[in-house]
Design a protein around this ligand. Structure first.
Ligand code: GAP
Length: 528
């Protein structure tokens, strides 16, 4: 079956997620709110399974990482120390014409000139390398399109490419290369930000203004600067703020890590690409403290460990990649950084970042809080501020990548053996919202009673299960395929003779008979 195009795929996925209860727009009955998403009955299970898998693999299965759950609102000094109050800014421009708002470092005007004559100019919004090309061609305003047609004889081939496409990279530049009919390359130029034209309407943009992305709130009855507080934009700082507490209360020894999962909030200028860039989202972060001389070793370790975690949960295709940052992409405090990226239908983008943050954060907090952040090694008698390796991922982005990877259209035989098209979410069994569905083939002859008993046994064993006795069995299988349920157990006529049932595998479509009283054991075995 032909693969849907990337745009089609995204549309189909969004529609399936809404229809089947994975993801809904927040407060939809009031028209929604940009950048906020709700997770329905299937979505909340998927998200919980992702978080559980992370917590189990990162905290419970290891001896060198402990967990933490700290508040969303903290003393605002935390954000002064971390640099967020002064530095967590996006440069913002508004269109004087249509009033659209853009990040200044993501808007470009491309001017192509030949022998001093400007051929055309276009306002282009670039998200990353892949997307720049798509958006620029798609979003170019009507004037630009006409310009392209007008110069069709000369503009034979155009490519847009963003250099240094790191998200938020302030100096990404967009290059446009084009060739004349003889294959000669034309001059290419690009300008940034406030000199640009609006990508929507070609109108003029305001000068860039700094826009701090932290959501502000007030604590207590007074609404003035003395009560100003922030909704955390990352969970990491709560870990640094508790580093001393953890060190003093647990028997951890460097190297060790502190892990936290929780909500973060960023007032993104342009929330986009479904849940990918939201204003409220969840992060899964580890701050791993090590001796400075072992920073590079642990960085390499976590870079590979985290990549393999996604592979192990089903992101096995070539769409998953690990990209090391160029030196000029690194934040001033980071020694090295790698992004785990996924080729989403809307472009290649970051799922998780792994960074060697050196001793920057603990040194800052020591300076601002006056508390000692050094670690004393009893054995070597050495005192030092540990280096920090930070693997920082997003639950919502992971969920979106798993959903994109899982979406599949193929055919499966119906109850008469005739192949029928089906949509199937091939989610890893650990992540699937429902692990097993139980059906009586027909709603009579004692079959429902047996099926209800199997369903109850599965529930008692803590296996997420769904009972369905309505409609043709083929349709019931299809509904479960769309929900990503890996196994379906069916009670049929033979069950009543020999106490066996069929178990159907969602992906291979193989059906085998097993003893009815072995269903729980068999499902648990297959879920590993
Ligand atoms: N403590 C480091 C930190 O927060 P980040 O790259 O800004 O680094 C880490 O964020 C991860 O959090 C990202 O890789 C992404 O998965 C997730 N994330 C960041 N901003 C997000 C947003 N607006 N919507 C959804 N997820 C986001």
């Amino acid at each position: 079956m032909a693969e849907p195009s990337t745009n089609e795929l995204m549309d189909k996925l969004v529609s399936l997620c809404k229809r089947r209860g994975f993801i809904f727009p927040s407060s939809e009955i009031y028209g929604g709110i940009n950048g906020f998403w709700d997770y329905g009955p299937l979505g909340v299970e998927l998200k919980r399974n992702i978080k559980d898998a992370w917590w189990t693999d990162i905290v419970r299965k290891r001896d060198d990482i402990v967990g933490l759950d700290c508040t969303i609102i903290m003393n605002p000094k935390v954000w002064e120390a971390s640099g967020h109050v002064t530095g967590f800014n996006d440069p913002l421009v508004d269109c004087r014409g249509c009033k659209a708002r853009f990040r200044a470092d993501k808007v470009y005007t491309v001017i192509i000139s030949q022998g001093g004559n400007v051929l055309f100019s276009a306002g282009v919004e670039a998200e990353n390398g892949e997307q720049a090309r798509e958006l620029s061609l798609k979003k170019a305003n009507s004037k630009t399109r006409r310009s392209i047609e007008q110069h069709d004889g000369q503009l034979v081939f155009c490519t847009f490419r963003a250099e240094n496409p790191r998200e938020g990279g302030a100096h990404a530049r967009l290059l446009l290369t084009h060739h004349d009919p003889k294959g000669n390359e034309f001059q290419e130029t690009s300008s940034e930000g406030h000199n640009c034209l609006c990508p929507n309407c070609g109108g003029h943009l305001t000068d860039a203004r700094k826009f701090n992305m932290m959501f502000k709130t007030y604590v207590g009855a007074m609404e003035d600067s003395s009560s100003l507080a922030y909704l955390r934009p990352e969970t990491a700082q709560g870990i640094f703020a508790n580093y001393r507490n953890v060190l003093d209360s647990s028997r951890v020894k460097v190297p060790f890590g502190i892990a936290q999962i929780g909500k973060s909030f960023r007032n993104e200028i342009n929330p986009r690409n479904y849940t990918f860039r939201s204003r409220e989202f969840e992060q899964m972060e580890i701050e791993f403290f090590c001796h400075p001389s072992e920073g590079s070793k642990w960085y390499e370790y976590w870079r590979n460990e985290r990549f393999n975690w996604y592979v192990g949960l089903g992101l096995t295709s070539s769409k998953l990649r690990l990209r090391d940052h160029e030196t000029d992409e690194l934040a001033h405090y980071a020694r090295s950084c790698a992004d785990i990226e996924y080729a989403f239908p809307f472009g290649v983008s970051e799922l998780e970042g792994v960074a060697n943050r050196t001793d920057f954060d603990l040194t800052q907090h020591q300076k601002f809080s006056g508390r000692d952040m050094t670690y004393y090694d009893d054995e070597t008698k050495e005192r030092y501020i540990p280096y920090v390796i930070e693997p920082s991922g997003g639950v919502d982005r992971a969920a979106l990548a798993f959903l994109c990877e899982a979406y599949c259209e193929d055919t499966a035989p119906d109850e008469h053996g005739k192949p029928q098209p089906r949509t199937v979410m091939k989610l890893h069994p650990r992540l699937a919202p429902v692990k097993v569905a139980v059906f009586p083939l027909v709603k009579k002859d004692g079959m429902p009673e047996v099926a209800v008993k199997i369903h109850a046994d599965l529930k008692a064993a803590g296996v997420a299960t769904f009972y369905d006795e309505k409609g043709a069995v083929g349709r019931r299988y299809r509904r479960q395929d769309e929900a990503g349920t890996p196994f379906c157990v069916t009670v049929d006529g033979q069950t009543l003779q020999d106490q066996t049932v069929t178990i159907r595998d969602r992906d291979s479509l193989e059906q085998v008979r097993i003893a009815a009283d072995k269903v729980v054991e068999c499902v648990q075995q297959r879920m590993k």
